[in-house]
Every structure is written in C-alpha cells, then in structure tokens.
Design a protein around this ligand. Structure first.
Ligand SMILES: [Fe+2]
Length: 311
C-alpha cells in the first residue's frame, strides 16, 4: 500500500482532523451546529487524546495559571478517551453557565462572538492524528476542550468572554447605522480586525502575572494546548513579553504558523474584563475604525455575519 492509502486506512474512518467523512458531510449539508457522534471516534482518536493529555500534565503544573489548574480538576476528564461534550457540560454549566457546543468547522466571527454572549462555546470535535501531535493550523478537540474549556470554569474569565460577545453585538448595531456601503464595509473590516487581534493576544495567547506578582503564567488557550510553546513562551529569551496595552494590541498583526515572538501580560481577569470594556468604548469613539492593516484577514463570511446580525 502507498503511504496515502496507509494513512487513509489508519485515520480515515474516525473523527480525525481534515480526514473525517462525517464532518465533510455535515459541511456539505451546511450544518454548522452538530451533535458529537461519539461512537465514530476510532481507537486511534482516543490514542491521540491519551498521548496529548498525558504529556501536557507536568507542563500545566509548571506554566499554567492557577484558575486553569483548578478548572481542569473540576472538569474530571478521562485521561484515556476523548471527552463527551455532554459530560464536560455536566461539570461546567453549574459553575458559570458555559457549555461546549459541537460545530462542524469555522464559525464566522459574529456567530462565534454571539455564541460567547449566550455562554455557548463553539467546539471542534475532530482530533489530530496520533502520529502528528505537534503543530496543526486547525483547532481540534484537544485545543478547544483541554485548552479553552478549563478557563470557562472561572467566573471572571467567563464574564469576560460574555463581554466580548456584547462588544461584537454593539459593533453590529453601530455599523448598521452607517448608510454609505463602502464606508460601512471599511469600518466593519477594521473593527473586526481589531477584535480578532485582541482575542488572539488575550484569550488565545495571553500571559498573566501570578498572584504573588513574581511569576508569569499562561492563560491563553493556544499556549495551554501546545506542548512546545507553553514552555517556550515562558522561558525563551527570544519571546518579547510586555504589559498589555490596548492601542498596541489592536494595531499589531500576527501570524499563526510559528511560535509567537510577542506576547502581552495582564494582571488579572478583572483587568482583562476592564480592557474589553475599554475596547467597546474605543469602538464608540471611532478608535477602531482604521487600525493598522495586515493580518488577520477578515473574510467575506466574517463581514456577512456582522451585517446579517441586525436586520
Ligand atoms: Fe482557540
């Protein structure tokens, strides 16, 4: 058998990232919110979870913030099998009202933020291959459930996500008032870019001063789900770590395919919450209307999702 066929036989029948017939079908039918078809996970898929979970443990103990460590304990994951979302939600929902909600793929920006506003977290259900544990550009269930969801057990963090959703809702209403179509698209593109950058440098790649004020800990989920980068971001002299400044973050482009060279530190989740407040105030004042160009791209679907939110 040639290599491609080999891979197909080993990974192609379960819920493996980019190789899942179930997901392809759901996408072909336009089904974004789906049920997690738990029986489709193959032994290989559970093996991926087992390996990923086992090797992260000592790194979390060393580098993760205390809220995450508390969260991961309260979610009672089975280290040997991919979690069932309904089991996760049984532990999560009573704490903050948040729930993991299975999706078939990319959720356009407004819909994503609006899910957060309603305390739903769009969750990828596929998992990376057990022979390629390290880098993948797509999110998977390990990133979403082990990287994000433990943070959602913390009240101040959960409230911050909801605040993001409210800011997106505010943006949708604000741009709906603009009559000139060209100006509307130009401003919306800039506002969504600013929000995406802020989300990236906080929720995905944020660092936090620990309560003793001495150490820097990780709270961003992209770091919490990466075996290599969770250590690199704290110990490497090549990483620039600065106290967060909103005007910098919203104008700072980023690239997703390598370790981040620049990260920002918040003092606490109350601090982070106040920054989302400030983001919305700046939106009102027009300070997000023309942010620095560059990554990330804002797609047609992202813009459409905002434009269709207010009829
Ligand atoms: Fe993420």
């Amino acid at each position: 058998m040639v290599k491609g066929q080999d891979d197909e036989a080993r990974f192609g029948n379960g819920l493996t990232t980019t190789m899942s017939p179930f997901i392809e079908q759901a996408q072909a039918h336009g089904e974004l919110y789906i049920k997690q078809p738990y029986d489709l996970y193959s032994p290989e898929n559970h093996e991926s979870w087992r390996k990923l979970f086992a090797r992260m443990h000592e790194r979390w103990e060393k580098y993760a913030n205390e809220h995450f460590l508390k969260g991961i304990e309260s979610l009672c994951f089975d280290p040997n099998s991919v979690p069932r979302l309904e089991d996760v939600n049984k532990f999560l929902a009573p704490l903050t009202g948040f729930k993991a909600k299975a999706v078939s793929g990319y959720v356009p920006a407004y819909m994503f933020f609006d899910c957060l506003r309603n305390r739903d977290f769009p969750t990828t259900i596929t998992i990376r291959r057990s022979d390629k544990l390290d880098y993948l550009p797509e999110p998977d269930i390990f990133h979403d459930i082990a990287g994000h969801v433990p943070m959602h057990t913390d009240k101040a963090f959960a409230d911050t996500l909801v605040r993001f959703g409210e800011a997106a809702n505010f943006a949708a209403h604000m741009v709906a008032e603009i009559k000139d179509e060209e100006l509307k698209i130009q401003r919306l593109t800039s506002i969504v870019k600013a929000m995406a950058r802020f989300f990236w440098f906080t929720i995905e790649f944020g660092l936090m001063r620990s309560t003793n004020g001495q150490d820097i800990k990780v709270y961003g989920s992209g770091l919490l789900s990466s075996y290599g980068e969770i250590e690199h971001c704290i110990v490497s002299p090549e990483v620039q770590r600065f106290p967060i400044q909103l005007e910098w973050v919203i104008n700072q482009y980023f690239e997703i395919d390598h370790y981040q060279p620049l990260l920002f530190i918040v003092d606490s989740f109350d601090h982070l919450f106040s920054l989302v407040d400030q983001l919305e105030n700046w939106m009102k004042e027009g300070k997000l209307d023309n942010v620095s160009p560059g990554e990330p791209e804002v797609s047609h679907d992202d813009l459409k999702s905002f434009l269709e939110a207010v009829k």
